[in-house]
Structure formats: C-alpha cells, structure tokens
Design a protein around this ligand. Structure first.
Ligand code: ZN
Length: 277
C-alpha cells in the first residue's frame, strides 16, 4: 500500500493536486477518509486499489516513432534556447494520433464524446492484459478473439467491471524496425489487434471502458474498413494505441491510470499512461 500517498492525500485532499493520489488510494486509506470523500468516489472507482509498483505504459515519442500513415510523428522547432534566451521552449507540430495516444468516441462516430468530454473516472480502471504473444509471433495479422477472452477468464476470473482490456502482442520490440508497421509491397500493413467479434463481445457481454493495444491501431494492420473503431468508439468507449511494457504488469490485478489529454473537441491525442499494482 502506498502509505505516503495516503498521508499526502489526506493533507491535500481538498487541493486539485491531491485528487489523483486520493482517487487511487481512496479505499486503501478509507479509514482516514471522510464519509463525503468516500461517497464522492464510491460509485465510480474500483473497490480496492493498493500498489507498490508503478509501470510506465507510454512509448517515448520521437519524430521517427512509427505512425499509421508512415510520416514523421511530429516536427519540432525551438522558439527559445537557453544559450540565447535563458530558457528552453519548443514548438511541436503533430496530429492527434501519434505515439501512445487515445482515440475518443468522436474519432469514429458522428456525435460521440470528444477527448475532453470523457469522464475522468473512466481513466482509472482495472487492467486486464490479454497475452497473445505466441499467436502474434506466428501470425502478424493475429486478432484477439472472444475465445482468448474466455480463456483469460478461466485463468484470471471474469473481466472486472469498468476495466480497460489491453492486448499484449510483444510488438513494442519492433519499434525502430519496419516490422512495427509491417507494410508489404502493396502498401498493406501487418500487425495484430482485436477482432470485431471481440469488440462486440466486450460491449455486449462485459462492462468495459477502454480497449488498449501495443500496436498502431485497435484494428489489425490489413483492415480496410476499421470495424473495431466503428464499433468500439461508436459505443461511446475509448481506445489507447501504441502502449508498451504490458509484459511488466500482472495479467490481472493492476490498475491503469490513463492520462488522456484535454483538448477541447479533440478526437484523441498523446497522453501518459501508467499502471500500478
Ligand atoms: Zn488513434
């Protein structure tokens, strides 16, 4: 349990800075929380969270980080330099869907929520990691099937309510190589992701907020019509793409803290994604 976090949260719980810490530790430190503070979080957060490890699920974003379209992830220029101006400050130019980033419902729906409109409690979730590294090693076009979810549940229990379900394919090892995008001679990409039947299953049969992948897209590389994007985002849920380090968290029992950006009207955007366990 994060004792320091609880102590700090109690001291600072009325401040904005203390909120995230308090949210994660709310039940672990429940004995020292006021009833009103508990009531404010009881309906929206996992029942119990304590942790001693923090894992960064975020890729370091560099200009040459692989993108879906194949161009640079971003361009940067210095507006101020320490040598000349006494401070460093850059201007970055990028589109919303680069690096470890979020897909908001509006990205693939007519009037879904934009990234700033998603309630923050949906960004602190039980994390279920579906390990398909063996399947993906044999087939770069592998898609996580409903059977993979059922097999996971046989070993780890039912996908928790309000979860984020993430695919562990092992693809981050290919960042820096052509295999991450897997573009063939016809321009078709090849990397694993989720099957639309699995999206339907998680939407209809489970209670899940987020879908995460350690590849470029919540649809697999060769897709032509993006059925998972339309289904998942169209149902009001969000996606996270280009995650990493999912092999460093337990397949069940971790909590994801998905730090989405807050651009007004944004269709998504890069963020900082952590897991604690
Ligand atoms: Zn995206």
């Amino acid at each position: 349990m994060c004792d320091a976090c609880v102590v700090r949260m109690v001291k600072e719980r009325l401040s904005r800075r203390g909120f995230m810490c308090g949210a994660v530790a709310s039940v672990a430190g429940g004995a020292v929380l006021s009833a009103s503070a508990l009531a404010a979080t009881a309906n929206v957060l996992p029942e119990s969270v304590s942790f001693s490890n923090v894992i960064d699920l975020t890729q370091t974003l560099t200009p040459d980080f692989p993108t879906f379209e194949g161009g640079p992830a971003f361009e940067e220029s210095y507006e101020y330099t320490f040598a000349k101006d006494g401070l460093n400050l850059k201007t970055l130019h990028y589109h919303e869907h680069v690096g470890t980033h979020f897909d908001a419902p509006i990205h693939f729906s007519k009037d879904g929520q934009s990234i700033d409109e998603i309630p923050v409690e949906k960004f602190v979730c039980p994390l279920a990691v579906i390990d398909v590294r063996d399947q993906a090693a044999d087939n770069p076009d592998y898609r996580v099937m409903p059977e993979d979810i059922l097999k996971y549940e046989q070993q780890h229990g039912r996908i928790p309510d309000r979860a984020c379900v993430a695919m562990l394919s092992g693809w981050p090892q290919y960042v820096g190589t052509d295999k991450y995008r897997g573009e063939d001679s016809k321009g078709v990409l090849h990397f694993p992701s989720f099957h639309e039947d699995t999206a339907k299953f998680l939407i209809n049969e489970r209670s899940v907020y987020g879908l995460g992948v350690d590849t470029l897209s919540i649809d697999y590389g060769p897709t032509k019509d993006f059925p998972v994007h339309y289904l998942w985002l169209g149902s009001g849920r969000y996606g996270i793409e280009n995650l990493t380090n999912l092999d460093q968290v337990p397949l069940a029992g971790a909590t994801i803290i998905a730090g989405a950006p807050k651009f007004k009207g944004g269709t998504g955007g890069p963020g900082r994604v952590l897991a604690v366990y």
